[in-house]
Structures are given as C-alpha cells and as structure tokens.
Design a protein around this ligand. Structure first.
Ligand SMILES: CC(C)(COP(=O)(O)OP(=O)(O)OC[C@H]1O[C@@H](n2cnc3c(N)ncnc32)[C@H](O)[C@@H]1OP(=O)(O)O)[C@@H](O)C(=O)NCCC(=O)NCCS
Length: 378
C-alpha cells in the first residue's frame, strides 16, 4: 500500500484509529466519555462508576456498581516482593520512575501474565487500577520514613488512596475533590500516553508493557508532567517576589512556554479546567489559603489576553493539589492513578480488534544508494 503523501509533525489532526471510548470537540470545548458529558460525570459520578463506564461502555446499575467497587477494592493487594522493591529503591527517586518500574515488576507476579485474552485483560485492569494507587501511596510513606498503611477495602478508591498516603481517614471534601480530579483525567482519547499504550498493545505484547510505556509517556512535561511544572513555576514566582504578570511577561520575552497552557486539540477552554478552576477556588476559600488560586487566576487572565492561550487540565490541578496538601512530585502519579482507567479501556479496545500500528516516515536522509566506504578509507 502507498504511504501517506505529507508527514504531519506531531501527527496533528491525524485520525489513527476508531474508538468508542472518548469524544472531544476541541472547538466547542466538549469532552465526553462514552457519549456522556464530562460535566455530568464530574458533577454526579464517582471514579468507580466512571471507570466502569470507560471499560464496559455503559453506566452500571446499582448492583453492578456495588460489585465493581467490591472487585476493585478486593484487588488492593500486591506480592510482598513489590513492597521489598519499594523499600529498596533510592528514596530520592521520583515517584514516576518508581511507579514505572514497579508496574513492570507487577507483571512478573500477575496470575494472568501469560494470558492476553479479553477477560484476562479486564482482570488485569482491576488489579493495575488498585495497585497503581497503592504503589504511589506506599512509596511516599517509605521515602518519608513512615510506616506503610494497609489498604482499607471498605473505602472508595479515592478515600483509600488518601488514607494510605496520609495515614488518616480523609475528610469528605478532600475525598470528593480527589474523586472529581480522577474523573476529569480518566481518559482523553488518543493523548500521547494512551497512543503509546495502544502502539505497544498492537504488537500483541502484554497489558503491563503497554501501561509501563504509557507511564513513561505521561511523565514528560509536555504531557502529564505539566501539572508539577506549573506548581514549580508558581513557587518560583512567589519566591522571586516578582509580580506574576511581570514574571510571565519575561518568560514570553525569553520564548519560554508556560506549563498548564495550550492544547493540541482544544482551541477554546478545556472543559476539565473549568472544574479544576472552581475546585481550586473553593478549596482555597474553605482552607483560608487562596494564595495559589489567586496567583493562578492572575496568570491565566494575562496569558489569555496576551497569547490567546487557555489553561489546560494541568494548570489548576497544581493549585488544587497543593491546597489539598499533596506534594509536587505526586501530581503526575495522581494523573496516572486516574488515567489507568482510560489506558486499560484503550488497550482492551485495541486488542479486541487489533491491527499492528506501524506508520511510515518521510525519508529525508542521504539519497539512495550511498556507497559503502570501507573503514580504512573513511
Ligand atoms: C500542550 C502543548 C504541548 C501542545 O503543543 P502543540 O500542539 O504542539 O503546539 P505548539 O507547541 O506547536 O504551540 C503552538 C504555538 O503556541 C505557543 N504555545 C503553545 N503552548 C504554549 C505555552 N504553554 N506557553 C507559551 N506558548 C505556547 C508555541 O510557542 C507556538 O507558538 P509559535 O507558533 O509562535 O512557535 C503545548 O501547548 C505546550 O507545550 N504546553 C505546555 C505544556 C502543557 O501544559 N502540557 C499539558 C497539555 S494537557
């Protein structure tokens, strides 16, 4: 078959697959999972229900949701060797590196490791969803010299994560805030990490390999790493004592990018940012710590005006998580705790109707045939 005529840098606008999971209208600022608007999900759903929707295509009945939540909670278990590994890594390793490596290790102890059937992949999805949250919480406790907190299977996914992270049962406000953040980030069509996962799955490699690749892609500052970069910027502005607008103006003058702004698909407001902005503001007010929200809002208005760039999902995640007391290097791992729902849905969809993903490159190297020069003559 003939190759495409023109290469499109970054594959912008290229339709690479059919999918029934996530729909984005970048011009209208619409995001929907299985046809259901993200605003409805953020306002009314919870992470378990949204994950069920992503994996099985429909909203669960009450009993289906109860059973699903039970199975997800039952999967809060890991081989003791994973605990040993988490104790053995250098404490200064970043949680994303540790998560990436630990997920790879998980495959060695997964009962379905050698089985890539649909049902087996669904079973692995339950386990990976629960285990990724556990790994993030457990490593954070270990690196801080704190005792590991056992999972509580009576709690929701979000509440259990916060409990395992902080050692105390979370407030309802904190649990709901995290739950909404997890819903908002659970899927986003063919974003870079999901595409990476689908490419790996398409080779008929295994689900763990696909998720390891996805975590590696998510880690980058142009993708999931942008939430942490945003917070580093807010702190740098605060510590410099410079007016935020002036600081950002100087960054523009130096042709620097402002993390948390811009998007490949949205040309209007990212609908996820709408919720995170509100959450950041509400949490700031209720905790009496609105400094980060106020600074973020000032920057947003300036960047909007100056460059016509909108805040994306990562911009207000930064002030939201910081106000919740979450450390910066856990922001992107929390993104992974959420996005595993979408990654799993996409890997399953890919394998249910697979064809190897193998595009072509527009060759711009030396013209063929170049002579092979013997080494002594070079
Ligand atoms: C998200 C992102 C990678 C999309 O990239 P893209 O579609 O390839 O768009 P480009 O990087 O080519 O940007 C197009 C133009 O907008 C500018 N731009 C895009 N995002 C910008 C940002 N955050 N700050 C400043 N300028 C930005 C670029 O400099 C470029 O300007 P130019 O045409 O004058 O060179 C990009 O907007 C970005 O790097 N944002 C910051 C990182 C981030 O928040 N990532 C999380 C995404 S959810």
């Amino acid at each position: 078959m003939a190759s495409a005529v023109l290469p499109i840098k970054g594959l912008e606008g290229i339709i690479a697959t059919k999918s029934s999971i996530c729909w984005i209208d970048g011009e209208a600022g619409v995001l929907a999972y299985r046809g259901i608007d993200i605003h409805d999900l953020a306002n009314h759903s919870n992470f378990e229900e949204t994950t069920y929707l992503l994996w099985f295509g429909v909203l669960p009945t009450e009993s289906q949701l109860a059973e699903f939540s039970r199975e997800l909670a039952a999967a809060r278990t890991m081989n003791w060797r994973i605990y040993d590994f988490l104790r053995s890594v250098p404490y200064e390793s970043t949680p994303m590196e540790v998560l990436r490596t630990a997920v790879s290790l998980l495959s060695l102890y997964d009962p379905d490791e050698k089985d890539s059937t649909h049902d087996s992949n669904v079973r692995k999805s339950y386990r990976l969803t629960s285990q990724i949250a556990m790994i993030v919480a457990i490593f954070d406790r270990i690196r801080k010299g704190k005792s590991i907190v056992d999972p509580d299977r009576t709690l929701s996914h979000s509440a259990n994560f916060l409990r395992m992270l902080n050692g105390v049962n979370p407030t309802e406000t904190a649990t709901r805030a995290l739950d909404v953040a997890l819903i908002l980030q659970a899927d986003h069509e063919l974003n870079a990490s999901t595409f990476a996962a689908r490419v790996i799955a398409s080779t008929l490699s295994d689900m763990h390999s696909a998720i390891v690749g996805a975590i590696g892609a998510l880690k980058g500052p142009l993708h999931g790493g942008a939430n942490a970069e945003t917070m580093k910027l807010l702190i740098a502005i605060d510590e410099s004592g410079t007016d935020p607008v002036e600081y950002v103006r100087q960054m523009f003058a130096q042709k620097k990018k402002i993390s948390g702004f811009g998007h490949r698909v949205y040309v209007t407001e990212d609908p996820r940012a709408t919720h995170l902005r509100r959450m950041s503001e509400d949490l700031g007010k209720s905790s009496g710590k609105s400094k980060w929200f106020d600074m973020s809002r000032t920057i947003e208005l300036f960047v909007n005006k100056e460059k016509k760039l909108n805040a994306n999902v990562d911009f207000y995640s930064a002030s939201t998580y910081t106000t919740l007391g979450v450390e910066i290097d856990l922001f992107t791992p929390i993104f992974a705790i959420s996005r595993i729902a979408g990654w799993a849905a996409h890997v399953i969809e890919q394998l249910d109707d697979n064809r190897l993903i193998r595009p072509r490159a527009d060759y711009i190297g030396p013209p063929y045939p170049e002579p092979y020069t013997p080494i002594a003559e070079r």
